[in-house]
Design a protein around this ligand. Sequence first.
Ligand SMILES: C[S@@+](CC[C@H](N)C(=O)[O-])C[C@H]1O[C@@H](n2cnc3c(N)ncnc32)[C@H](O)[C@@H]1O
Length: 235
Amino acid sequence: MSDIEYLKKYYSGDIDNALKLLESGVPVQYIVGNVDFYGYNFLVNKNVLIPRFETEELVDRTIKYVQKFFNNPVRIVDLGCGSGCISITLSKELGLTVDAVDISSDALDVARENCIKNNASVNFYLGNMLEPLHDRYDVIISNPPYISYDEEIDEIVKKNEPSLALYADNDGLYFYEEILKNCKKYLNDRFMIAFEIGCTQGDKIKNIALKYLGDVSVSVEKDLSDRDRFVFIFN
Ligand SMILES: C[S@@+](CC[C@H](N)C(=O)[O-])C[C@H]1O[C@@H](n2cnc3c(N)ncnc32)[C@H](O)[C@@H]1O
C-alpha cells in the first residue's frame, strides 16, 4: 500500500492537511498516530521509534523460544522499550507481566498509554538499560539504538524519528556491550538474551557475548531479506 493509500485508509482527520504533512516528509505512521504490530495497535508519535517489521519477527522468534525452553511463569525484561511494542506484545501473547525500561520519559508516556489500550500487564521503569532493575530474569530482550554515527540512513528516519532511539557509540555496538557486560546479576542460571541487530553486527556481538558470558550458545539469525538481524544467546 502506498503512503497516500495508507493515509486515506487510516487517517480520520483533515486529509488535505495530512497530505501536506506527508509531502513535507513526515512519516505516514506519525500522521495517522498509530500503527499495527503483531495484530495489536500502538499509538506512535515523534517521541518513539515507529515499530518495524523486523521487530515483529524478533518478537515472534522470542515467543517460540520461550515456549520451547522455559516453563511459566517466565520473567522477561525489555530494554529500550520505546512505544512498548515488544513488551506489550509479549505480555499479551504469553499471558505474563513483563518489565520494560526506557531512558525517555516521553517514550514511557506513550508505552503506558499503549499498555492500557491493549489491556496488557507491563511494569515500566525510567532509567539507563539495566540500572533501574532489582530482579532476576529468564529473558532479556532488546532492540537498542544500534546505528553508528557515520552510517548513512534514510532522510525520513533521520529527520523525524528520535535520535535517542537510533544512534549508539562504538560503531553502534555500545548498548550490546553495556548489556552483555552487566547482565549476569540480573539473570537466572538458565537464560536467553534476544537482540535485534544491525546487519553487519552479528559476529561482533557474538564475540562480545562470548567475552562476557563465557560458555553460552549464540545464534545469529537472518531476517526475511536474508540479512543478519537477530542474536539469540542461550545458557
Ligand atoms: C531502537 S528503539 C526501540 C524501541 C522499541 N523497543 C521498538 O523495538 O520499536 C531504542 C529505544 O531505546 C531507548 N534508549 C536509548 N538509550 C537508552 C538507555 N541508555 N537506556 C534505556 N533506554 C534507552 C530509546 O529511547 C528508544 O526508545
